[in-house]
Design a protein around this ligand. Structure first.
Ligand SMILES: Nc1nc2c(ncn2[C@@H]2O[C@H](COP(=O)(O)OP(=O)(O)O)[C@@H](O)[C@H]2O)c(=O)[nH]1
Ligand SMILES: [Mg+2]
Length: 434
């Protein structure tokens, strides 16, 4: 079961987008310290880790699996399950080097901007060490806050210019057809992958800020509209990358202060890649997203689920590992890379839903539990989920505790808030008749 949730890495050349994608996914994107290594967007699959702290919501599976020591029964059809923790696959996109002036076509900018249409959430990978300028060329002492500023203004200019080009026609048609504002704006934006829900959100945020009559909207109104649209349609996380370089110390705090409205996460794609590689090669057991790894030296401490035969590390690699510990893991708690993925899913307002055939033991035709999961937007209607999982002829929906949900228009977020759980049993018509 796929979801259309896509996380896109954006940023200038050499900020570390391809490295980030490689670190977090199974993709092998070309990494190079020169501009435009990446022309076609690279794709990969990352994993959203269903974390125990989400248990407060009452809709996650880990506690069930862990508490009852049923890890062996967690065999998802898609993604993976380690130590009872569920990893849900999500699509990643590495959108090639945006540079200042992209909206005017610089550096194939328009082509790159077009790739954003597929993105649900943007991860702006910033070189927080100041060692590359706005074009991605090596330098020293470049202020990374610059990159945050120009990237947003390029996205803004791209959308603003497209809107402005056509605006007199839009207004004329709006008036001639007596369309609603919602219809007119939705029409303009469907090309950006905007849904009616996005449009409604934009209108709510704008109410009182610009005139109701679009015939009198000037550039100020249009800029306000575009700014709000970007916030709603392209939620953004800022990944302060290359945090392993000590030069980044100088900038990180300042960046947090300058942009309190963004989710900012300090990260090191390099450190994460290094750890995952050694883990894969059997030199260590790395618990991704944490500050912990085990080597042959402390193999007796490895938790059961991570247990595996380990090889001896050479002195050089050992000292590199110590560096990663000192410069990244102990300072920031983890490499930050997985945290970006976690935040992207949350910022995108996505909820995991586990459709099962049996609400009492969570199986679906065999002994394994929670075989399927769909990551879906919290505003998805139950009716739409049933379509996604092919349960079209259901008569009712039952969740834990045999709570019956008959309102097909009920939104998922309301359900999770109501605490009724997102384990749904679709009672299919034909089954009931049997
Ligand atoms: N020190 C350090 N270097 C990094 C990190 N991430 C990427 N790099 C380096 O930055 C350069 C550009 O990386 P790349 O992923 O190709 O950047 P892209 O152009 O944004 O895709 C490469 O030399 C990487 O090794 C990091 O976290 N720390
Ligand atoms: Mg690249």
């Amino acid at each position: 079961m796929s979801s259309s949730f896509v996380v896109a890495c954006v940023g200038k050349p050499s900020a570390g987008k391809s490295s980030f994608l490689n670190a977090v996914s199974d993709a092998v994107a070309k990494v190079g310290n020169y501009p435009f290594t990446t022309i076609e967007p690279n794709k990969g699959v990352a994993y959203y880790k269903v974390l125990p702290n989400a248990l407060a919501e009452g809709w996650h599976i880990i506690i069930l699996i862990n508490r009852f020591q049923k890890e062996h029964l967690c065999k998802p059809r898609h993604g993976k399950c380690i130590m009872g923790n569920r990893y849900i696959p999500i699509q990643m996109l590495d959108v090639a080097g945006l540079v200042p002036g992209a909206s005017e076509g610089k550096g194939l900018g328009n082509q790159f901007l077009d790739d954003l249409r597929h993105a649900s959430v943007l991860v702006h990978v910033v070189d927080a060490s100041g060692s590359t300028n706005e074009k991605g060329e090596a330098t020293v002492g470049y202020d990374p806050s610059n990159d945050i500023k120009w990237l947003i203004s390029e996205i803004h200019a791209w959308i603003f210019n497209n809107l402005k080009k056509n605006w007199p026609n839009v207004v004329r048609r709006h008036n001639a057809k007596s369309s609603t504002l919602e219809e007119t704006l939705q029409n303009q934006w469907s090309g950006y992958g905007a849904t009616p829900l996005h449009t409604i959100k934009v209108l709510v945020l704008l109410s009182g800020k610009i005139p109701e009559n679009i015939s009198i909207w000037d550039d100020t109104s249009l800029n306000c509209l575009v700014e709000t649209f970007i916030k709603v349609r392209f939620p953004m996380i800022i990944a302060l990358n290359k945090a392993d370089l000590t030069e980044s110390n100088h900038y990180i705090e300042n960046l947090y202060n300058l942009y309190p409205e963004y989710t900012m996460i300090v990260c090191s794609a390099l450190a994460e890649t290094f750890l995952r590689k050694l883990d894969k090669q059997g030199f260590l057991a790395y618990v991704d997203g944490t500050d912990t790894f085990y080597t042959l030296d402390n193999a007796e401490l490895v938790p059961k689920g991570y247990n595996k035969p380990m090889k001896e590390l050479d002195e050089r690699t050992k000292s590199r590992l110590e560096k990663v510990q000192d410069l990244v893991l102990y300072r920031f708690g983890n490499t930050g890379v997985q945290e970006v993925i976690q935040s992207a899913v949350e910022l995108g307002d996505m909820i995991p839903v586990y459709p099962v055939s049996n609400i009492n033991n969570f199986t679906s035709g065999d002994q394994y539990v929670f075989r399927d999961v769909i990551l879906t937007h919290s505003s998805t209607r139950i009716k739409d989920i049933s379509r996604k999982i092919g349960a079209i002829n259901f008569t009712s929906v039952v969740t834990i505790g045999n709570v019956q949900i008959s309102d097909f228009c009920l939104f998922l977020d309301r359900m999770s808030h109501a605490g009724s759980g997102l384990y749904m049993n679709f009672i299919i018509l034909s089954e009931q008749n049997n």
